[in-house]
Design a protein. Structure first.
Length: 184
Protein backbone atom coordinates (compact mmCIF):
# COMPACT_ATOMS: atom_id res chain seq x y z
CA UNK A 1 0.00 0.00 0.00
CA UNK A 2 2.94 2.33 0.60
CA UNK A 3 4.07 1.75 -3.00
CA UNK A 4 0.58 2.60 -4.26
CA UNK A 5 0.58 5.76 -2.11
CA UNK A 6 3.95 6.80 -3.53
CA UNK A 7 2.64 6.22 -7.06
CA UNK A 8 -0.29 8.48 -6.24
CA UNK A 9 2.11 11.17 -5.02
CA UNK A 10 4.05 10.81 -8.27
CA UNK A 11 0.84 11.09 -10.31
CA UNK A 12 -0.21 14.24 -8.46
CA UNK A 13 3.15 15.99 -8.36
CA UNK A 14 5.14 14.53 -11.27
CA UNK A 15 8.09 14.42 -8.84
CA UNK A 16 10.46 11.65 -9.93
CA UNK A 17 11.58 10.86 -6.36
CA UNK A 18 8.22 9.20 -5.61
CA UNK A 19 8.59 6.96 -8.64
CA UNK A 20 12.16 6.12 -7.62
CA UNK A 21 11.06 5.23 -4.07
CA UNK A 22 8.29 3.03 -5.47
CA UNK A 23 10.80 1.20 -7.64
CA UNK A 24 13.00 0.53 -4.61
CA UNK A 25 10.08 -0.87 -2.61
CA UNK A 26 8.98 -3.10 -5.47
CA UNK A 27 12.51 -4.41 -5.97
CA UNK A 28 12.51 -5.47 -2.31
CA UNK A 29 9.09 -7.09 -2.74
CA UNK A 30 10.23 -9.02 -5.82
CA UNK A 31 13.43 -10.14 -4.10
CA UNK A 32 11.95 -11.15 -0.74
CA UNK A 33 8.22 -11.86 -1.18
CA UNK A 34 7.68 -13.27 -4.70
CA UNK A 35 6.61 -16.91 -4.95
CA UNK A 36 8.35 -19.00 -7.62
CA UNK A 37 4.97 -20.05 -9.08
CA UNK A 38 3.48 -16.54 -9.06
CA UNK A 39 1.94 -14.43 -6.35
CA UNK A 40 3.42 -13.24 -3.11
CA UNK A 41 4.16 -14.52 0.38
CA UNK A 42 3.03 -12.60 3.45
CA UNK A 43 6.46 -12.90 5.06
CA UNK A 44 9.88 -12.10 3.67
CA UNK A 45 12.29 -14.78 2.56
CA UNK A 46 14.82 -13.64 5.17
CA UNK A 47 12.28 -13.50 8.04
CA UNK A 48 12.08 -16.00 10.88
CA UNK A 49 11.53 -19.49 9.49
CA UNK A 50 7.98 -20.74 10.02
CA UNK A 51 6.55 -24.23 9.60
CA UNK A 52 4.53 -22.91 6.66
CA UNK A 53 5.31 -19.61 4.97
CA UNK A 54 1.91 -17.87 4.69
CA UNK A 55 0.58 -16.50 1.42
CA UNK A 56 -3.04 -15.43 1.61
CA UNK A 57 -4.44 -13.77 -1.52
CA UNK A 58 -7.86 -13.07 -0.03
CA UNK A 59 -9.06 -9.52 0.49
CA UNK A 60 -11.18 -8.25 3.32
CA UNK A 61 -12.03 -4.58 3.96
CA UNK A 62 -8.57 -3.71 2.70
CA UNK A 63 -6.48 -5.35 0.05
CA UNK A 64 -4.33 -8.34 0.93
CA UNK A 65 -0.60 -7.87 0.55
CA UNK A 66 -0.85 -10.03 -2.57
CA UNK A 67 -3.51 -7.78 -4.13
CA UNK A 68 -1.83 -4.55 -3.04
CA UNK A 69 1.53 -5.46 -4.56
CA UNK A 70 -0.13 -6.75 -7.74
CA UNK A 71 -1.86 -3.38 -8.18
CA UNK A 72 1.36 -1.49 -7.48
CA UNK A 73 3.34 -3.62 -9.92
CA UNK A 74 0.71 -3.02 -12.57
CA UNK A 75 0.77 0.77 -12.08
CA UNK A 76 4.56 0.98 -11.84
CA UNK A 77 5.04 -1.33 -14.81
CA UNK A 78 2.67 0.86 -16.82
CA UNK A 79 4.42 4.12 -15.89
CA UNK A 80 7.87 2.67 -16.57
CA UNK A 81 6.90 0.47 -19.55
CA UNK A 82 8.61 -2.31 -17.62
CA UNK A 83 7.91 -5.80 -18.91
CA UNK A 84 9.49 -7.26 -15.78
CA UNK A 85 7.06 -5.50 -13.45
CA UNK A 86 4.06 -6.11 -15.71
CA UNK A 87 4.98 -9.81 -15.86
CA UNK A 88 5.22 -9.95 -12.05
CA UNK A 89 1.75 -8.33 -11.86
CA UNK A 90 0.47 -10.91 -14.33
CA UNK A 91 1.93 -13.68 -12.15
CA UNK A 92 0.08 -12.20 -9.18
CA UNK A 93 -3.17 -12.33 -11.16
CA UNK A 94 -2.97 -16.05 -11.98
CA UNK A 95 -5.21 -16.92 -9.06
CA UNK A 96 -7.78 -14.17 -9.73
CA UNK A 97 -10.08 -16.25 -11.93
CA UNK A 98 -10.17 -19.22 -9.56
CA UNK A 99 -10.56 -17.06 -6.45
CA UNK A 100 -13.19 -14.89 -8.13
CA UNK A 101 -15.30 -17.93 -9.03
CA UNK A 102 -14.99 -19.66 -5.65
CA UNK A 103 -15.00 -16.71 -3.26
CA UNK A 104 -15.72 -13.42 -5.07
CA UNK A 105 -16.45 -11.68 -1.78
CA UNK A 106 -12.80 -12.12 -0.87
CA UNK A 107 -11.30 -11.21 -4.24
CA UNK A 108 -12.44 -7.63 -4.84
CA UNK A 109 -9.07 -5.91 -4.91
CA UNK A 110 -7.45 -8.66 -6.92
CA UNK A 111 -10.34 -8.70 -9.41
CA UNK A 112 -10.03 -4.92 -9.77
CA UNK A 113 -6.37 -5.43 -10.67
CA UNK A 114 -7.37 -8.15 -13.14
CA UNK A 115 -9.89 -5.83 -14.79
CA UNK A 116 -7.28 -3.08 -15.04
CA UNK A 117 -4.80 -5.52 -16.55
CA UNK A 118 -7.25 -6.90 -19.10
CA UNK A 119 -8.62 -3.50 -20.10
CA UNK A 120 -5.30 -1.73 -20.43
CA UNK A 121 -3.34 -0.75 -18.66
CA UNK A 122 -3.46 2.85 -19.87
CA UNK A 123 -1.23 5.72 -18.94
CA UNK A 124 -1.87 9.36 -19.64
CA UNK A 125 1.24 11.52 -19.50
CA UNK A 126 0.46 15.25 -19.43
CA UNK A 127 3.38 17.56 -20.19
CA UNK A 128 3.09 21.31 -19.63
CA UNK A 129 3.24 24.11 -17.10
CA UNK A 130 1.25 22.75 -14.13
CA UNK A 131 -0.38 26.18 -13.59
CA UNK A 132 -1.56 26.52 -17.21
CA UNK A 133 -5.34 26.00 -17.53
CA UNK A 134 -4.87 23.71 -20.54
CA UNK A 135 -2.49 21.45 -18.58
CA UNK A 136 -4.96 21.32 -15.70
CA UNK A 137 -7.84 20.52 -18.07
CA UNK A 138 -5.89 17.69 -19.71
CA UNK A 139 -5.04 16.23 -16.33
CA UNK A 140 -8.65 16.46 -15.11
CA UNK A 141 -9.86 14.79 -18.32
CA UNK A 142 -7.46 11.88 -17.80
CA UNK A 143 -8.26 11.46 -14.10
CA UNK A 144 -11.99 11.78 -14.75
CA UNK A 145 -12.07 9.01 -17.34
CA UNK A 146 -12.64 6.34 -14.67
CA UNK A 147 -11.20 3.60 -16.85
CA UNK A 148 -9.79 0.69 -14.90
CA UNK A 149 -6.03 0.59 -14.90
CA UNK A 150 -5.55 4.19 -15.97
CA UNK A 151 -2.48 5.94 -14.61
CA UNK A 152 -2.37 9.73 -15.02
CA UNK A 153 0.67 11.86 -14.28
CA UNK A 154 1.40 15.48 -15.08
CA UNK A 155 4.77 17.19 -15.21
CA UNK A 156 6.53 20.17 -16.67
CA UNK A 157 8.45 20.12 -19.93
CA UNK A 158 11.58 20.08 -17.76
CA UNK A 159 10.37 16.73 -16.40
CA UNK A 160 10.21 15.48 -19.98
CA UNK A 161 13.74 16.67 -20.69
CA UNK A 162 15.35 15.30 -17.51
CA UNK A 163 13.58 12.10 -16.62
CA UNK A 164 13.68 8.52 -17.57
CA UNK A 165 10.39 6.71 -17.30
CA UNK A 166 7.04 8.14 -18.23
CA UNK A 167 8.21 11.63 -19.24
CA UNK A 168 11.13 10.50 -21.39
CA UNK A 169 10.83 11.57 -25.02
CA UNK A 170 7.43 13.20 -24.49
CA UNK A 171 7.85 16.93 -25.17
CA UNK A 172 5.12 19.52 -25.57
CA UNK A 173 3.81 19.79 -29.13
CA UNK A 174 3.76 23.28 -30.69
CA UNK A 175 4.69 24.74 -27.26
CA UNK A 176 1.26 23.74 -25.92
CA UNK A 177 0.39 21.44 -23.03
CA UNK A 178 0.22 17.93 -24.46
CA UNK A 179 -1.26 14.61 -23.33
CA UNK A 180 0.21 11.29 -24.41
CA UNK A 181 -2.18 8.37 -24.10
CA UNK A 182 -0.57 4.94 -24.19
CA UNK A 183 -2.03 1.48 -23.77
CA UNK A 184 0.17 -1.37 -22.69
Amino acid sequence: DVAEGLLTLFAVTGDQRWLTATGQILETVLALFARPDGGFFDTAQDAEKLIIRPCDPTDLASASGWSAVTNSLLSYGTFMASERHLRAAEDGLRIADQLGRKAPRFAGWLLAAAEAYLDGPFDVIVVGDPTHPATQALRRAGVGSRRPGIAVVAGSEQSAADAAGPFADRPMVNAAPTAYICRG
